[in-house]
Design a protein around this ligand. Sequence first.
Ligand SMILES: NC(=O)C1=CN([C@@H]2O[C@H](COP(=O)(O)OP(=O)(O)OC[C@H]3O[C@@H](n4cnc5c(N)ncnc54)[C@H](O)[C@@H]3O)[C@@H](O)[C@H]2O)[C@@H](O)CC1
Ligand SMILES: [K+]
Length: 513
Amino acid sequence: MGLPAGANLEILSPAEMAEADRLAIAAGPLDGYGLMQRAGEAVAAVVLARYPAASRVHVLCGPGNNGGDGYVVARVLAEAGVSVAVWAEGEPRAGSDAAIALARCRLERRPLEAFIAEPGSLVVDALYGAGLSRALSGDAARAVEIAAGLSVVAVDLPSGVSGESGEILGTAFCAAATVTFARKKPGHLLLPGREHCGEVMLADIGIRNEVIEQVAARTFENEPELWLSNFPTPAVDTHKYKRGHVSVFSGGPSATGAARLSALAAARSGAGAVTVLSPANAMQVNAAHLTSIMLRKADTVEDVQEVIGDRRPSAFVLGPGFGIGDKARDFALAVLARKRQDGGVEGLVLDADGITSFRNTVSTLSEAAGRPDAPALIITPHEGEFGRLFPDILGDKKLSKLAKARAAAARANAVIVYKGADTVIAAPDSRAAINANGAPWLATAGSGDVLSGISAALLAQGMQAFESACAAVWIHAEAGRRFGPGLTAEDLPLALVAVLRELVEARQKVPIG
Ligand SMILES: NC(=O)C1=CN([C@@H]2O[C@H](COP(=O)(O)OP(=O)(O)OC[C@H]3O[C@@H](n4cnc5c(N)ncnc54)[C@H](O)[C@@H]3O)[C@@H](O)[C@H]2O)[C@@H](O)CC1
Ligand SMILES: [K+]
């Protein structure tokens, strides 16, 4: 729908979108009603294109500008010869854009409390959008129930979905398609909102790119376009250590598989060399299962220092199967105490037991990671682990998942990968990305170990921490999604190959710079 390349990855909060609306109106040439007109026309065009045979369309209009969009939709559809019924809740404020839209829509208006819809008819939900401020109740909640068996096209957001957080306030429409304007909002991607939106379509309503740039979006949808220009591709004259060396810490003799899985994922993801660092008593079991991946003993902090001195690993994974306790903390802090400069350590991916080990000492971790020239820290918690490090942030009901990840990243001086079906990646500089290409097949034991290995491999190859975390999350999800049913974590490293091949090919087409 005519938006510039890359714009579709920017996400604006409802407040940022309102600011962009204000700036656009101030800059002209469209006034508020002009934008509303374009918004309503875009929704009507989707209805006509997707439901050309709809016998009847019910347009539900609320009292604010979302309802104003609805009055435009109703008028445009009626002018196109569609049989339209308008059901209204509340009156637009006198002098508002919505009042202008209502005045120009000469169709009969019936109260929402009388709403009924025949089977096979279509519902356009223009009750509440960005201005939703409390739970749906009364007639609006009843309308959700009536619409449950019908196709719904939502204007901006399905009413009841918070654009800010994706939470459901009371109840919410389940749309087949949602037409939103200028940029997506967090509620289109965060769960459970995403599931209520159906297909999300972006419409250009005439808000210029330069206007939106003034809002300076810090949130993005996690798609390759976000990081592809930084994606590593090996130079022709490379050698294995130039491609980055990843070291993965192994747990004891009965918990070695997780580290090997992570190591294999790192090797597949382009690290030129990978070493499993094993306690002495687990060397044999590790050796029995490793071929191209190297193995070295590391029982003490001195052993870790020696590995770093001799073998110069550029990124580490600590946590999968490692065991919780002092040793995990000491090893993580030993890695973070190194320098990044002059071929030092690029970063540490802290996962699983590595995270839990810092349960009561997260400030030690954030101090170590916040030191100038410290290696980058990526922490990859699922919700339970997130709560162990940041119980107050997790428990803050005012914060969305996006805001929680951001707050944690700022506090920990780390890139936070807050995992789930709507993984959020947040950086300490307040950039954040929401990932939406996941699949339920990825919820399988060991899947997270693979994710850590991919992140470390990309870090080791010189990708920045936020970009490598975003890329790892997307690649991991894409591999799992394509593999589909029957996926085990062991399948993931091989499933990465096709995804990586496409990315490397696409990367080679991106102009350098
Ligand atoms: N110029 C602009 O700002 C544009 C705005 N647009 C549309 O405007 C919408 C935002 O408009 P508004 O800010 O007026 O917000 P809404 O139209 O989403 O809702 C605001 C009104 O609903 C009431 N309300 C909120 N939640 C309620 C609930 N659960 N039950 C009952 N009443 C409730 C509020 O008190 C307020 O009167 C966007 O979603 C978009 O559809 C588009 O027309 C494009 C241009
Ligand atoms: K709506």
